[in-house]
Write a protein that binds this ligand. Sequence first.
Ligand code: PBG
Length: 326
Amino acid sequence: MSPMLQRPRRNRASQTIRDLVAETHLKPSDFVWPIFIMDGTQKSEAISAMPGVYRRSVDAWIPLLKEACKMGLKSFALFPKVNEELKDPHGAISLKDDFFLYSALRQLREEIPEATLITDVALDPYSSDGHDGIYKDEKILNDESVEILAKQAVLQAKNGAHIVAPSDMMDGRVAAIRKALDAAGFKDTGILSYAAKYASNFYGPFRSALDSAPKSGDKKTYQMDPRNSTEALRELRLDIEEGADMVMVKPALAYLDIIKIFKEEAAVPVAAYQVSGEYSMIKAAASQGLLDEEKTMLECLTAIKRAGADIIFSYYAFDFCKSYKG
Ligand code: PBG
């Protein structure tokens, strides 16, 4: 038998060697923790579709966010839960100065100055139709929606958001938001665009967390078709041209190829969102004893980073940091 010169297993012989040759390392500062905020004080509600995730009033979040910051997890994405009776077709509540999200932002800025606050720009949490844009005669009105989104972004910046994150997938919204922010004096507020956001079934648990599912129709005329990747490149190039400082791929695990393409193409940081369905799928399997939760979580998050994500949005961010050993 000829000698075998190549034995790749040598590099896997012990934990120390495996650590030595490991190419991908997760750390707390890679993460953004998405949190659901509700109005009121001392409120905390479990979300049944996302075991272990809670909607909380801002005062109830503060101690947890401080704990997260101490572990090196300092970036948070805020998603407000709006009561049904406050919703209307134009999401008017999102343009009111006294909307609770804005006071929550101010409070967070004051009490946790080390935190980076990222806010979601879209209509669906506020819209009685449950769409990310204005819905009229079974159509989404692109340009009219963009006007509202730009105003939302300005109010978010004014009240303390460091980065605004349009997740709506309307055409031209990044340029409109950049222009509106600059005109209002917020030239330093960043834009993280959800550049390739797919029309995904994995958003189901999030929509039940916010009661934000579309009342009729679906999101396929604005969110991307899961069959396409060339289209993602077009969205990426447009968003960067329009002024995006960071770009996102969403969901993450089923779209690792898109993350990789973004990383190769984009001269800006790439974020990926491990969405609600990805989280709940692991939780559900673990609760039935079918998967080891922590190991599966780590494997999925590692895969997302290995594919090229510089930033990972994950409901597991806090749990990851708790189990992080450096
Ligand atoms: C809405 C928005 C969604 C998510 C983030 N922003 C849902 C949707 O587009 O229907 C999903 C996040 C998740 O599933 O965790 N603009």
